[in-house]
Write a new protein. Structure first.
Length: 208
């Protein structure tokens, strides 16, 4: 995989992992209840769940590559379209408020419980497998061995996810009121949305 392609993947994946969602809220709540330790174990559980979801995407995409390069190309085009859809949605709606009712954690918990809770948030969120299935094919070269490419993308995605969740942990620990609500921001939504739309349009062009 070319270095510039990997950097492009990092940029898009970083935007996706930095966008507030249930995992970020859970990490912040567990940080308030259990300290930085709580946030770290929750984040570790979450990226473990992402690894499973990404692995399922990789298996499905590998089957497509081995059986039909045309089908793989179709997945690439549809995936690029999905990124544009995400961008339009963010542009229109902004980054919305995430209610604490989506995830609950009030009592102090052990490390294993925090880890499992973080993993379940990832495993019960279908957006993870949809996103990885849409994104990964855009940066795969069919002329090169698949396993090293998929491995690099999966572990990069996990590293970026953990880094962003750790930042949320530090932010929640230092700013107690932050985790009570994540205010909607139309401005941030348009920044993220514009980036996804632009990336999707570029990837559609390169997928043909």
């Amino acid at each position: 995989m070319a270095f510039e392609n990997w950097l492009a993947f990092c940029a898009i994946a970083l935007l996706a992992t930095a966008t507030p969602g249930p995992a970020a809220l859970l990490v912040s709540i567990n940080t308030l209840s259990n300290g930085v330790r709580g946030g770290v174990f929750t984040a570790l559980g979450n990226i473990s769940g992402l690894f499973v979801m990404s692995g399922l995407s990789v298996i499905g995409l590998s089957v497509l590559v081995l059986n039909s390069s045309l089908a793989f190309t179709v997945v690439k085009v549809v995936g690029a379209g999905y990124l544009i859809y995400m961008g339009v949605k963010l542009w229109k709606n902004g980054i919305g408020r995430v209610d604490s009712s989506e995830v609950t954690c009030n009592a102090r918990r052990g490390a294993l419980s925090l880890y499992i809770q973080g993993g379940l948030i990832a495993l019960t969120n279908p957006k993870a497998i949809i996103f990885t299935t849409a994104l990964f094919p855009q940066f795969i070269s069919l002329s090169d061995p698949l396993l090293p490419q998929f491995s690099l993308l999966v572990f990069t995605f996990m590293a970026l996810s953990f880094s962003c969740l750790f930042c949320y942990t530090l932010l929640a620990f230092g700013t107690k009121k932050w985790s009570r609500s994540m205010a909607s921001s139309r401005f941030l939504g348009r920044i993220f949305g514009s980036t996804f739309i632009g990336a999707g349009c570029i990837l559609v062009g390169t997928s043909k």
